[in-house]
Design a protein around this ligand. Structure first.
Ligand code: PRP
Length: 214
């Protein structure tokens, strides 16, 4: 595999023996995003109005930014933010909108852009909420599909990659707010170690300039 990190500002290579390894490289992601962009451009070519790409904050932001350019037709962008639920607290499926769309999507072709679909609970809620606003069409594109974790079946019309049940960071996905700006997607090998020290990957990802380790 070529080292696509060289141009991405990431100094260290996280190798075996460390807490994370590359699952999908930045160049593999870029290639897949181009492919999705082509499919979506053809799908929306005859739309009466520009499609609205809706990013779900915050994880989808990098994917959305790349995807909307790859689609390459007249399109609008809007965002939603939702509260997290805790599967262990017995509140599975309890999702609350904390930032709603700015625009009206009635009669519009809507594409919901997610970084990852895991249990499917968030997407189920969002599709129901958006569907009630009577868009002309409603589809989902997810960069990552962790299908093995699905609790609720939910349509995902376009997906970048199906991944195994591993914890991932990078390309928008975080651990406690960190690592979204890592260009490659990494699988965390030792989540307990990272939970014990959330700065564990700062040095391998960003070099010695990162915050001091605890
Ligand atoms: C992630 C992701 C989805 C959701 C998927 O968001 O962006 O919205 O989890 O999980 P589910 O299929 O089990 O419902 P997260 O809560 O991590 O927030 P973030 O995007 O701000 O990191």
């Amino acid at each position: 595999m070529t080292d696509s990190r060289a141009g991405g500002g990431i100094k260290g290579v996280v190798s075996s023996g460390t807490a994370a390894e590359v699952l999908i490289s930045a160049s593999e992601i870029a290639g897949r995003v181009e492919g999705l962009g082509t499919e979506l451009r053809e799908l929306y070519a005859d739309s009466p109005e520009p499609p609205v790409l809706i990013g779900v904050l915050k994880g989808s932001t990098l994917f959305l930014a790349d995807l909307v350019r790859a689609v390459g037709i007249d399109a609008e962008v809007d965002f939603m933010a939702i509260s997290s639920y805790s599967a262990s607290s017995g509140q599975s499926g309890v999702v609350r909108i904390v930032k709603d769309l700015e625009g009206d999507i009635a009669g519009r072709d809507v594409l919901l852009v997610e970084d990852i679909v895991d249990t499917g609970l968030t997407l189920t809620y969002l599709r129901r909420s958006l569907g009630e606003r009577e868009p002309r069409s409603l589809r989902t594109v997810a960069l990552l599909d962790k299908a093995a974790r699905r609790i609720v079946p939910v349509p995902v019309e376009f997906r970048g990659f199906e991944i195994p049940d591993v914890f991932v960071v990078g390309y928008g996905l975080d651990f406690m707010g960190r690592y979204r700006n890592v260009p490659d997607l990494y699988a965390v090998r030792d989540l307990a170690r990272l939970a014990n020290d959330p700065t564990l990957l700062v040095e391998p990802f960003f070099g010695l300039d990162g915050p001091p380790r605890a």
